[in-house]
Design a protein around this ligand. Structure first.
Ligand code: GLA
Length: 407
């Protein structure tokens, strides 16, 4: 063989290796559902906790409701890599290693996720993946990891899009399908490039369990529910969500200290916005009301609606938020959320309003066409749009309905 031919073969071989690098398909056709350890446990995680959480998925009907992933966030690793440069599970927290945990989670018919970071260190100071992406991806595949949340601390001048592409390609080459969760807090406009790179991307800094607050921590801040909803409302987030690629409004704070009414509104909005539904509470110790909210299949049904178009703010009068989400078959989901500090009496004349959504090309004209109304928290049909909707909504509570056109 002459040199040119050898070079050509080498070139085709190596370009062939990369040509198909992409994210894995068909992993998040509807927004991912699961549980993540961070909001409640931070780095205080261990093998028994994961096993208990997996058991609770089945015992409490969470798996039946659609929750699937159990994700260990920051703090699962030892402080140092081993001599070969491999990540090691913290030997005290996880004495049997990560594969044993993944096997346990899989034995329950669930999927297992881990956290790491594009920088040299994770946000809690554990070894990050910078310079080890392909090695880490292989290790995750050998353990049976199905989900990777990839953070953005200690990244210096790294380019975000390129860094996330590197990890995407590493996961793809390792060969085990992994749902890739981008977590750079919306700092680098991931809604512009995330679709080809990951299956979900955080759009804000960290969530905190309050209705509408922002808490500063020096160089960064955490945000309550309404701050998270509103922070990127003016960005092109709505247009880019769809099967396989979703805006991530962060792990939920349902059950972590807000009122039951606030939790219902939070859950309703995450569903309306097509956010992943990742629980962040202690599943071993939750109230009946929290469980009822988290397993509300009718609300989850809105999150999973096949049209896959997120809600938009349709009105805010007297501090009553009204959000609308087009659904398949010309139906709509509407949430009324009371942001006042007192109950309000609603007397809503549907016929005064009409909606036209350019994105879904869907219209809502109750003066021309009647819609049947179903209340998704009461689980009952409550009349039609021919009459005013009269009800009262408690402090920070939600009325969530679907409207189905009458034939
Ligand atoms: C960042 C992320 C959080 C969590 C922590 C872990 O702040 O945004 O969701 O993963 O790091 O250290």
């Amino acid at each position: 063989m002459n040199n040119k031919l050898i070079l050509a073969i080498v070139f085709i071989y190596f370009s062939g290796l990369n040509i198909h690098a992409q994210k894995f398909d068909n992993l998040a056709e509807t927004p991912p559902m699961g549980w993540n350890s961070w909001n409640t446990f931070e780095t205080n995680i261990n093998e028994q906790l994961v096993k208990d959480i997996a058991d609770k998925f089945l015992e409490l009907g969470l798996k039946d409701a659609g929750y699937e992933y159990i994700v260990l966030d920051d703090g699962w690793m030892a402080r140092e890599r081993d001599e070969e440069g491999n990540l090691v599970a913290d030997p005290e927290k996880f004495p049997n290693g990560m594969k044993a945990i993944a096997d346990y989670v899989h034995s329950k018919g669930l999927k297992f996720g881990l956290y790491n970071c594009a920088g040299g260190k994770t946000c809690a100071g554990y070894p990050g993946s910078r310079g080890h992406q392909y090695q880490d991806a292989k290790l995750y595949a050998s353990w049976g990891v199905d989900f990777l949340k990839y953070d953005w601390c200690d990244t210096g001048k790294l380019n975000a899009q390129e860094s996330y592409i590197t990890m995407r390609d590493a996961l793809y080459e390792a060969g085990r399908p992994v749902l890739f969760s981008i977590c750079e807090w919306g700092d680098n406009d991931p809604w512009e490039w995330g679709e080809d790179v990951g299956h979900m991307w955080r759009i804000t800094g960290d969530i905190i369990d309050c209705w509408d607050c922002a808490v500063g921590h020096g160089s960064w801040a955490s945000f309550g529910i309404w701050k998270i909803i509103e922070l990127r409302e003016k960005e092109k987030t709505r247009e880019v969500a769809g099967p396989g690629h979703w805006n991530d409004y962060d792990m939920m704070e349902v059950g972590n200290g807000m009122t039951d009414a606030e939790d219902r509104s939070h859950f309703a909005m995450w569903s309306m916005l097509n956010s992943p539904l990742i629980m962040g509470n202690d599943l071993r110790a939750m109230s009946k009301e929290t469980l009822k909210t988290l397993t509300n299949k009718e609300v989850i049904g809105v999150n999973k609606d096949p049209l896959a178009v997120p809600a938009f703010r349709f009105n805010n009068e007297d501090n009553i938020e009204i959000w609308a989400k087009p659904l398949e078959n010309d139906a709509w989901a509407i949430t009324f959320i009371n942001r006042n500090e007192e109950s309000v009496d609603l007397d809503f004349d549907w016929k005064k309003y009409q909606l036209a959504d350019d994105l879904s090309q869907q219209y809502f004209k109750p003066s021309f066409k009647e819609y049947a109304i179903r209340d998704l928290f009461q689980h009952k049909n409550i009349g039609n749009t021919g009459k005013n909707l009269k009800t009262s909504i408690g402090v920070h509570d939600v009325l969530m309905v679907t409207l189905t056109p009458k034939s």
